[in-house]
Design a protein around this ligand. Sequence first.
Ligand code: ADP
Ligand code: MG
Length: 291
Amino acid sequence: MSEKIGKHIAIYGKGGIGKSTTTSNISAALAESGYRVIQIGCDPKSDSTTILRGGNDLPTVLDTLREQSRVRLDDISAIGFGGVLCIEAGGPVPGVGCAGRGINAAVEQLQDLKVFEEFKPDFVLYDVLGDVVCGGFAVPIRDGLADRAFVVTSSDFMAVFAANNLFKAVTKYAPSGGARLGGIIANSILAPYATSLIDDFADRTGSRVIGYVPRSLTVAQSELYGKTVIEAVPQSEQAQVYRDLAKFIVEDEEAIIPRPLNGPELKKWAREWGDKIFEVEAGVVHEMASI
Ligand code: ADP
Ligand code: MG
């Protein structure tokens, strides 16, 4: 592969966990600081960049490839908030083909179009569905495409399970030039135990949490306007949370190979947390700080 232009970052996480919201707000915050940013949605849902573009749809790379033999950059990209170049890889026709292979085809098409050479980004953010880390979904972290991967998780077990799977993929591919882990973005934080649970998972896996994003009505409201929080409510505390995340990603380039938990370890860990939360619910533990 030719020399990389810009810093390439992959953001993984379970479906519906807040990857696109978080990624779009980070892109918007980076753009606001004067960086040139490309955001590439790698999720068959194809709505990664919607809130950077007023809630509008964008033709996906794969749909366009299916319809016309020659694809131009203008056909598959749009400039969003702050000048962010928005691209949606798209997915296979539902029920046919493999979404992962689709990501591969889309990324190859972007390389053929010389998108990075033309746009000269400072940052390229890949927003990747991480429910199943099959070969295809691992594309952005596997072949040296992204330098760093981050994972968005809430305190829900399935989200942590998906994060642990990403750690397994990083552990597998990093030694041969794949991305390393930049850290965990804790999202939708409502209760104090959620922070403790995610911190504990980070500790156990030799990882770290790079930011805590509260569950906030501001996010829901901004989404209804088809905007990021950075654009819709720039003075809000929530906007500042996203700016802090973006700043961290710019300034701290540490990336590690985590130690994912194996099946029994993860089950045992989950049970222990189940007990702790039960104790809180039952009133046995009155002080959250004691967790
Ligand atoms: P994903 O890209 O992981 O599938 P989305 O970013 O589309 O998830 O988020 C799913 C839903 O959760 C959206 O409606 C979004 O507005 C909401 N959401 C995400 N993060 C937050 C948050 N911190 N506070 C409130 N709502 C959130
Ligand atoms: Mg998404």
